[in-house]
Design a protein around this ligand. Structure first.
Ligand code: ACO
Length: 440
């Protein structure tokens, strides 16, 4: 397993002048391999007595990382230096998992060993199956995921010692292997079908489709086009730098919590509509629009400052250009719909028209709001037969490897400390306790 991240160089400095006191301060500037330079403000408070303020982390690098690189202006996404486009076209999901975890693409024996290891970890402890009956049948599967993945810590005690590299590796393998099984179990439970045990003769994505759509009473024939599309969707969602859920995992892990609890916290964060919940929200929105003739009305609403409505699947905190994943997803979408013979899908028609109109609209052009990865993934997943409630679950299945890789990187960093942001306090300063008879 790759060890700690290489330390960024720190040669230049920036000078800051506090205009209130006239005092001058100097801070080191760190340089990564690519991307913007970073001002090292670790001693900022000690030297200036002030905090920095950046609530949405728009200008703050919270860690050093060698896993994933994004250039949002150019629409670039690299995993360990390899472009997402090349990985989606030439690699497969488990190879990308190895790459994210270890830093290099596996050679043949390494790949065989890794695939075998993950395949042999796909079953879950039999007692975990009994959890499911505790949930209501109509539970959102993300609620089931948060609970069940967190509960893995109650079963796999031999992978909880985060100071032992072997146990960290075991936890990583277990999560990559078992999260898809749990996701499929959550789906089966929600529709009242029997649970399907994993099949070791199938590859990762084929097995996931089998566990989700197979039934015990007849053989399941894997459609290779759909299995490849599933694999590509997993690759495209595998990691994405320090997004909300990954930062949640890192913050949870920084207190040295167990890895299963950390990944469960990432799943919780992913659930939100502004993050992984967006693919589900895209489909809801397309249903809500209902007809191409109503698109202008919804575009107008998304631009209205007094309306909370936003075009789901558009915009990104980092990409101010076409999301490179969206381009691949668009192609995959066409392949899937062709394979399934879906020609006149009304939702797809609305999506295509919506994209066309939004890309020509001055508001979206000026604000650099392009379709993101979730704009197309919902349409593909719907065509493949997944209910919308499973969309974010599939995202979680794919992102587990990203979370695990980033968590490992953090734990292996020698200078790792608990994450503890500060605040700009705007509440009442200290005041005497008010007895009941004096309160209004
Ligand atoms: N529709 C209409 N207007 C939008 C949209 C949108 N989808 N997204 C951003 N804007 C506007 C905002 O109103 C804002 O306008 P203003 O400058 O006049 O106030 C401006 O663009 C910037 O938006 P912010 O909210 O400041 O951008 P931020 O980086 O905080 O948010 C986000 C990014 C959350 C992705 C946002 O674009 C959004 O809500 N998009 C829809 C949800 C979505 O698709 N999320 C998936 C993200 S990708 C992922 O998680 C895999």
């Amino acid at each position: 397993m790759s060890s700690a991240v290489p330390q960024a160089k720190s040669q230049q400095t920036v000078t800051m002048i506090d205009n209130a006191t006239g005092k001058k301060f100097e801070f080191p500037v760190m340089e990564g391999t690519v991307g913007p330079r970073v001002v090292d403000i670790r001693k900022f408070y000690a030297e200036t007595g002030m905090f920095t303020y950046d609530p949405g982390f728009t200008s703050t690098a919270a860690c050093e990382s060698a896993v994933t690189y994004i250039d949002g202006d150019k629409g670039v996404l690299l995993h360990r230096g390899y472009s997402i486009k090349e990985l989606a076209e030439k690699s497969d999901f488990l190879e990308v998992c190895y790459l994210l975890l270890h830093g290099e693409l596996p050679n043949k024996p390494q790949k065989t060993e890794f695939v075998t290891t993950i395949t042999r970890h796909t079953m879950v402890h039999e007692q975990i199956l009994s959890f499911f009956s505790g949930f209501r049948r109509d539970s959102h599967p993300m609620a089931v995921m948060v609970g069940t993945v967190g509960a893995l810590a109650a079963f796999y005690h031999d992978s909880l010692d985060i100071d032992d590299p072997k146990q960290r590796e075991l936890a990583a393998h277990r999560m990559i292997a078992k999260v898809p099984t749990i996701a499929a179990l959550a789906y089966k439970y929600s529709i009242g079908q029997p649970f399907m045990h994993p099949r070791n003769d199938l590859n990762f994505s084929e097995n996931f489709l089998y566990m989700t759509f197979g039934i015990p009473s007849e053989p399941y024939k894997v459609n290779p086009v759909l299995a490849r599309a599933m694999d590509r969707i997993f690759i495209l969602h595998a990691d994405h730098e320090q997004n909300a859920s990954t930062s949640t995992v890192r913050l949870a892990g920084s207190s040295r919590a167990n890895p299963f609890a950390c990944i469960s916290s990432g799943i919780a964060s992913l659930w939100g509509r502004a993050h992984g919940g967006a693919n589900e929200a895209v489909l809801d929105m397309l249903h809500q629009i209902g007809d191409k003739s109503r698109i202008p009305e919804f575009i107008a609403r998304s631009k209205d400052k007094n309306d909370t409505f936003r075009l789901m699947g558009f915009g990104h905190r980092v990409y101010k250009n076409y999301d490179p994943r969206a381009e691949i997803m668009r192609k995959t979408c066409k392949e899937v719909l062709d394979e399934l013979g879906i020609k006149d899908d009304p939702l797809l028609d609305i999506a295509v028209e919506l994209e066309k109109i939004a890309l020509q609209d001055p508001y979206f052009i000026e604000k650099k709001l392009y379709p993101n990865v979730d704009f197309y993934s919902g349409i593909i997943l719907k065509a493949m037969g997944f209910p919308t409630s499973m969309f974010t679950v599939l995202f979680a299945v794919a992102r587990t490897v990203g979370w695990v890789s980033q968590w490992k990187e953090m734990i292996e960093e020698p200078t790792q400390r608990i994450g503890r942001p500060r605040q700009l306090y705007t509440g009442t300063p200290e005041r005497p306790f008010l007895p009941m008879d004096k309160r209004k």
